[in-house]
Ligand binder design. Structure first.
Ligand SMILES: [Zn+2]
Length: 135
């Protein structure tokens, strides 16, 4: 089996994230926000405050930070992150990205090395298991 290049890992993660983000957006709604349900005033994340087709509910007001986090990483952010992963994979000046199994960026400081941070994110996304819905 041929080892993937870091560039391959980045492109695979970008494709996966783009697919997930597009699937999460209903009716072209790529932006989510926080709100409260009309009845119980429970904190929620919605794709449209007036007519939500996505409604993610927290069951305690102390979890509103979780909702803000989910809303911040909405499908629009996912699409932009996918673009970022792909753009890092295309750096012609970084030969390590085309070197199968390269570990060159593995030990880099992720706060100053974009390929290192992007690869760490890509590896999380590529390892993500999706579960089929249960009936
Ligand atoms: Zn690096």
């Amino acid at each position: 089996m041929t080892r993937q290049t870091p560039g391959d890992e980045l492109r695979a993660a970008a494709t996966r994230l783009r697919t997930l983000a597009n699937a999460a957006a209903h009716d072209g709604r790529h932006t989510w926000t926080t709100a409260n349900t009309l009845g119980s005033k429970s904190p929620v994340v919605v794709d449209d405050e007036q007519t939500p087709s996505v409604l993610i509910e927290s069951f305690a007001s102390r979890l509103e930070d979780v909702n803000r986090y989910i809303a911040a990483l909405d499908p629009k952010a996912g699409l932009l992150l996918a673009d970022l992963l792909e753009s890092v994979s295309c750096d012609a000046d970084d030969s390590a990205l085309d070197d199968p199994g390269s570990e060159r960026h593995d030990a880099c400081d992720k706060t100053v090395c974009a390929p290192s941070a992007a690869l760490a994110l890509a590896r999380i996304l590529n390892a993500l298991e999706t579960k089929e819905p249960t009936t």
